[in-house]
Design a protein around this ligand. Structure first.
Ligand code: HEC
Length: 178
């Protein structure tokens, strides 16, 4: 190979090399630009996307403390407790729901009169028991009672019930006799 040929080869080779380098740089620049645009659209850093994200992970509820109303989205006036006139209704709502306790803890036996339990609403089954007096019935409801008919477990077998809850359930049960 002559020197002239060497030279030509070298020049061509360099040109191809230079072209490839430029080509690479151009491709890189284009890729970067496109990526920037699409990422900007989808990326969590745009205010729009931030808003959508916040909406998706928004908590279901918020604690709103009296005295710190500024932190609340809901004006406190809207959730203000009812006026004094409604206090009585409120107190009533706060009371234990005897029917609910009864349904949960007593109805399994007393509903149909299972295993010797006096059935709710059955005058005949209850009249003799009513003669014992309310206090005794309440005591037997709370502490349990072994009678001739069967075994009445303390608090209907639900030790988590408070005295008030058992009393409310008993009241409900006795009301059904009327
Ligand atoms: C596992 C069944 C069972 C459950 C649950 C149950 N009882 Fe009884 N209960 C009885 C039986 C049986 C008797 C009858 C016992 C007897 O006189 O021999 C009875 C009797 C009673 C009596 C009459 C006690 C007496 O001195 O004559 C009262 C009052 C009473 N239950 C209240 C309740 C209340 C209130 C609940 C719910 C909190 C409840 N019971 C849940 C079985 C049950």
């Amino acid at each position: 190979m002559s020197e002239q040929e060497d030279r030509t080869f070298f020049d061509t080779f360099m040109m191809v090399l230079a072209f490839l380098i430029v080509f690479t740089v151009v491709i890189f620049a284009i890729a970067n630009m496109t990526a920037n645009r699409t990422i900007a659209d989808r990326h969590v850093q745009t205010p729009d996307a931030q808003e959508r994200l916040a909406e998706r992970i928004r908590p279901v509820g918020r604690l709103c403390l009296e005295g710190y109303e500024d932190d609340c989205e809901v004006a406190i006036a809207q959730v203000e407790r009812p006026a004094a006139a409604d206090d009585e209704a409120l107190a009533e709502a706060d009371e234990v729901d005897g029917q609910q306790v009864y349904n949960q803890a007593c109805t399994s036996c007393h509903g149909q009169g299972v295993a010797g339990a006096p059935a709710t609403g059955d005058q005949g089954a209850w009249s003799a028991r009513l003669d014992k007096g309310y206090e005794t019935l309440l005591e037997h409801s709370i502490d349990g009672f072994q009678g001739d008919a069967g075994f009445m477990p303390a608090r209907g077998g639900n030790p988590n019930l408070s005295d008030d809850q058992v009393a409310a359930a008993l009241d409900y049960m006795l009301e059904q006799l009327d």
